[in-house]
Design a protein around this ligand. Structure first.
Ligand code: UFG
Length: 341
């Protein structure tokens, strides 16, 4: 049987690079496309080193329709995993048009080019952000979405809707939206991981940079939430487990296992973990002390969100495997690797 080839747009990024590795390990061919606007070639080199394969890389902006079309001319992939998007919540509030133009246009180009070139399967990177402050926890795929509180979150909702409508209208298109909870950690080789530019906005990169001495002190945003220890609860999902969810989603589509032409799955662990628990876990596992203080709440944070993952467990046969301790150790190993500590 011919090997399925998968286009990974945004494959030089954090989740994309881990997914490219998981795809190759599962026997797929991979083409990475990225415009390197928030990533660099080291990630692609890392993927090549881990897999021992000279994976093709194309520097292309998915918003550039003609250049993107040439990629479809050049490579015979049947499936696309679309990661390429901007993802900073705060920046999206300050520069909404940048987010709408990039995230929506690139996604519409993907779908239209897939139609033009007869490519069938697409996985879209969605986010738990679509649930907002849910009325019931844990959230299932049926939990109603709340109005988005940022342009970034709105692009995730809008792209989900675009994919739903396109899959309904076009017979030869099938799509899966994966709603990621909080991806953290790094590949066990420490050759790829998360590399935020500037001051990290997310918790784990801020923790690892504080441990590395790059940041002076971690701010814990609020200890007065209605949660057991007063800090927010999130569902932290290991990035290598998350990567494997993409592999099973692609297999499901390639093997004709989808029940609907458009499906949605939560991808998390099913556990809510507090900020304090995460910080203490990081200290314990890595045997170090973090400098931290409690500061006021961050605007826009929901008190708690975690996933009901039963649908992914039963339908995809997927579940998170790595323990939080292993994940937190991998995050620190990666930070040490890039800082030469
Ligand atoms: N936090 C801190 N200090 C920090 C950074 C974060 O205490 O320096 C806390 C936050 O308040 C939150 C938790 O750590 O309680 C997790 O924060 P992250 O920024 O790491 O993650 P979020 O849950 O805010 O963000 C995630 C995804 C986004 C998505 C967002 C929607 O990373 O893509 O959920 O809420 F948009």
């Amino acid at each position: 049987m011919k090997k399925e080839c998968v286009l990974v747009s945004g494959g030089a990024g954090y989740i994309g690079s881990h997914t490219a590795v998981a795809l190759v390990e599962a026997g797929f061919d991979v083409v990475i496309a990225d415009n390197l606007s928030n990533s660099d070639m080291n990630a692609v080199e890392g993927v090549r080193r881990i897999t021992g394969r000279d994976i093709p890389f194309v520097n292309v902006d998915c918003c550039d329709t003609e250049a993107f079309a040439r990629l479809f001319e050049q490579y015979d992939f049947g499936s696309v995993i679309h990661f390429a998007a901007f993802k900073a919540v705060g920046e999206s509030v300050a520069e909404p048009m940048k987010y709408y133009r990039n995230n929506l246009l690139s996604f519409m180009n993907v779908i239209e080019l897939m139609r033009r070139y007869g490519r069938r399967n697409i996985v879209f990177s969605s986010s738990a952000t679509v649930y907002g402050e849910a009325d019931t926890l844990p959230v299932t795929e049926q939990t109603p979405r709340k109005p988005a509180t940022s342009p970034y979150g709105n692009t995730k909702q809008m792209c989900e809707d675009i994919l739903r409508d396109a899959c309904k209208a076009y017979d030869n298109l099938q799509g899966i939206a994966l709603r990621y909870f909080n991806p953290i950690g790094a590949h066990p080789s420490a050759l790829i991981g998360e590399l935020p530019r500037g001051v990290p906005q997310n918790l784990v990169p801020f923790i690892t940079q504080t441990a590395a001495g790059i940041r002076e002190c971690l701010s814990i945003f609020g200890d007065d939430y209605p949660t057991p220890d007063g800090s927010c609860l999130r569902d932290y999902i290991d990035v290598t487990d998350l990567a494997k969810a993409h592999v099973v989603a692609i297999k499901r589509m390639v093997e004709g296992g989808c029940k609907e032409s458009y499906e949605i799955f939560n991808i998390g662990t099913g556990n809510g973990v507090s900020v304090f628990e995460l910080v203490r876990g990081f200290e314990r596992v890595n045997n170090l002390k973090l400098n931290y203080r409690v500061t006021p709440r961050r605007a826009g944070d929901v008190p708690a969100v975690w996933a009901d993952t039963s649908l992914a467990n039963t339908e995809l046969g997927w579940r998170a495997e790595r323990t939080l301790d292993e994940t937190l150790a991998s995050a620190w190993a990666w930070e040490k690797h890039i800082r030469n500590i």
